[in-house]
Design a protein around this ligand. Structure first.
Ligand code: CUK
Ligand code: CUA
Length: 620
């Protein structure tokens, strides 16, 4: 064992991790959610007033994002991202259907706000899909997804999305090593043919598109979490690894053999320069940098075995790794790392990547007594860190400078991440932190064998941390982001834009045009009718022939807040939402002959039930 590496009591901890949940600090009978009226007042947001913060919780394998208000912890929206959503018709209209590309689910873990100078700017939210290797961007003006990028050469971008200080890049390192291009290769060839690919993705605000800038072929390890540097470390980013053992089966045992894994430390400005200089190979249309061939941008820092989270402090001076099998947080110094790189204080290399000397980079190992299973760390505005303890079911508050434990609060139960208000920015607010708990047993009315997950709001303003509110959440809140509500400027009604392609704003302009076997409907949705053909006697009827492709372009001309119309075709599995002032397109092949009612799904007026029409499909 390398001197200075925390001895991992892995047998014991692995037992706790797998055999069940161990509540070290929690009396199972006692809840920490207080009923005291002073706590209730702190979270009470009366009608007419609004919450101070938005919280965006990852929906995990639901593929969605859940939006809550803080401190009320009321859920106010589900934003579909990687999975179709009937409530909004996401996945049925042409744009969202094409974006989803046929996938019917996703696994969203880590939402990340766009940043300007290290502050959340309230413009966009990014997320990645571990299941189907995608990245998405949501526009915070409309709370809808603008673009989804399918990332080649990669499998399971769990380690994302974390953006750099001015949203130059989001980095997507992956959890599952696979051969480049995902071609067939025997597991016996793991070390030579498999790679852990990291993708650098950019977002173009003009075109509203995500683009793949380049990729890096990292060693065939699993990359778990990452964070971008800040201020003096802004050109750098860090990511954790596990299974540097390169086990190819029974990872539960085999991926925890060694006492240490690594933090990958990379300089993205340097990588950007290499790409500009042509130092890459092109595979599958992607530029891939090989760090063994092109040195100077990537380094490895030894860390106690199987780390999970790594988090950069708000001042950008340190990065803190948490070891799920080692009961400690390890604090590293960027400055020390830069020194070690300058003085070539290396301890060998791995796959041609220099390994920095542990003692030269490590500042302190923090090991609060009986705190078990540290996973992720957040920060406040006063120099304190808050680390979630999965196994001992608590949040530990500690001093980043001294490592001293200041306070501990039990949560119900087994927190994965926690999220602090403006917590990933250079200036966290320090007012609230929310524990994202994996297990809520006995917290809510029972709904059968599977219980909801839970989020607990913790007040940080007093001398002791205090849980003041709790809210159930659908699976699975891995991570979340909290932003000041006044930073988000939504559009309430989309602008009337007569030049918008396929839009129709006057009833008499609504029309049906046939082009070969395509029928194009340029129509209107308004209270309380559809107008598909403004000149016809029956304006709300579309007649086509069996086998025709039908293309509905519908504009909601009700320029009124919250007057949304739905458009559904009975028995044709078609459904979409058209928001105030919006134009949406839906296309499908009318392959079934017969009579199919069309109706509005969103209750929009007293005569909403009358908002219907017919699709008549003449048999061949
Ligand atoms: S992970 Cu779920 S608790 Cu996907 Cu960020 Cu750590
Ligand atoms: Cu339109 Cu109901």
């Amino acid at each position: 064992m390398k001197k200075g590496i925390i001895p991992a009591i892995s047998g014991l901890l692995a037992g706790f991790l797998t055999a069940g949940v161990f509540f070290a600090n929690t009396d199972m009978g006692e809840k920490t959610v207080a009923n005291a009226s002073s706590d209730a007042e702190k979270v009470y947001v009366p009608f007419g007033k609004q919450d101070e913060y938005y919280l965006f919780a990852s929906g995990g394998h639901s593929g969605q994002l859940f939006v809550y208000g803080v401190p009320s912890m009321r859920r106010i929206r589900t934003v579909p991202v990687f999975t179709p959503d009937a409530a909004t018709g996401y996945g049925w209209d042409k744009k969202s259907k094409e974006m989803l590309g046929g996938y019917t689910w996703g696994d969203l873990h880590h939402p990340a706000f766009s940043e300007t100078k290290g502050e959340y700017d309230g413009k966009y939210l990014f997320a990645t899909d571990v299941a189907n290797n995608r990245a998405a961007v949501m526009d915070l003006k409309t709370f809808t997804v603008e673009d989804i990028l399918n990332v080649p050469n990669t499998s399971g971008p769990h380690c994302a999305a974390f953006v750099t200080e001015n949203t130059e890049y989001l980095f997507l390192p992956t959890r599952f090593p696979v051969p480049i291009n995902r071609e067939y290769a025997k597991l016996d060839d793991f070390s030579t043919k498999y790679k852990g690919v990291m993708s650098a993705v950019t977002f173009n605000e003009q075109t509203k598109k995500l683009e793949l800038a380049y990729q890096v072929a990292l060693p065939p390890w699993s990359y778990d979490l990452s964070d971008a540097g800040k201020k003096t470390s802004a050109d750098w980013a860090v990511l954790t690894t596990y299974n540097t053992e390169e086990a190819t089966t029974n990872l539960e045992i085999n991926a925890s053999q060694k006492d240490r894994d690594y933090i990958v430390l990379f300089n993205w400005k340097e990588l950007e320069k290499m790409v500009k200089e042509g130092k890459y190979d092109t595979v599958n249309g992607a530029k891939i940098v090989n760090p063994a061939k092109h040195k100077g941008a990537i380094y490895l820092v030894p860390v106690a075995k199987s780390p999970h989270g790594v988090d950069v402090t708000p001042d950008g001076k340190r990065f803190i790794a948490s070891g799920k099998l080692a009961p400690a947080m390890t604090v590293f110094s960027f400055e020390k790392a830069f020194e070690a790189i300058k003085n070539k204080k290396f301890d060998g290399e791995k796959y041609g990547i220099p390994v920095l000397d542990y003692a030269s980079v490590m500042e302190r190992e923090v090991n609060p007594p009986n705190a078990l299973g540290p996973l992720h760390t957040q920060f406040d505005d006063k120099g304190f860190a808050y680390t979630t303890m999965f196994i001992s079911s608590e949040i530990v508050k500690w001093n980043v400078e001294t490592g001293e434990t200041v306070d501990r609060v039990p949560v119900q139960y087994s927190p994965g991440h926690s999220v602090a208000a403006e917590g990933d920015s250079v200036s966290p607010d320090g007012k609230y932190i929310v524990a994202l708990n994996k297990i809520a047993k006995d917290s809510y009315l029972s709904v059968g064998p599977s219980h909801p997950e839970s989020m607990q709001l913790i007040d940080l303003t007093g001398s002791k941390m205090k849980v003041i509110q709790t809210a159930p959440v659908d699976p699975e809140p891995h991570y979340a982001q909290i932003i000041k509500a006044d930073k988000i400027k939504t559009i309430e009604v989309l602008p009337k834009d007569e030049k918008r392609p396929n839009s129709v704003w006057k009833q008499e302009d609504a029309r049906i045009e046939r082009k070969g076997n395509e029928v194009h409907v340029y129509g209107i949705a308004m209270r309380s009718k559809f107008i598909f053909d403004g000149k016809a006697e029956r304006k709300d009827v579309v007649t086509v022939k069996q086998g025709d492709k039908v293309i509905f372009h519908l504009t909601n001309i009700d320029l009124d807040e919250d007057i949304t119309h739905g458009f559904a075709v009975n028995a044709y599995n078609q459904n979409m939402e058209i928001q105030p002032g919006e134009t949406k397109t839906m296309e499908f092949v009318a392959d079934k002959a017969g009579t199919y009612p069309i109706y509005c799904t969103n209750f929009c007026s007293a005569l909403h039930q009358e908002m219907s029409g017919y699709l008549l499909v003449e048999p061949k």
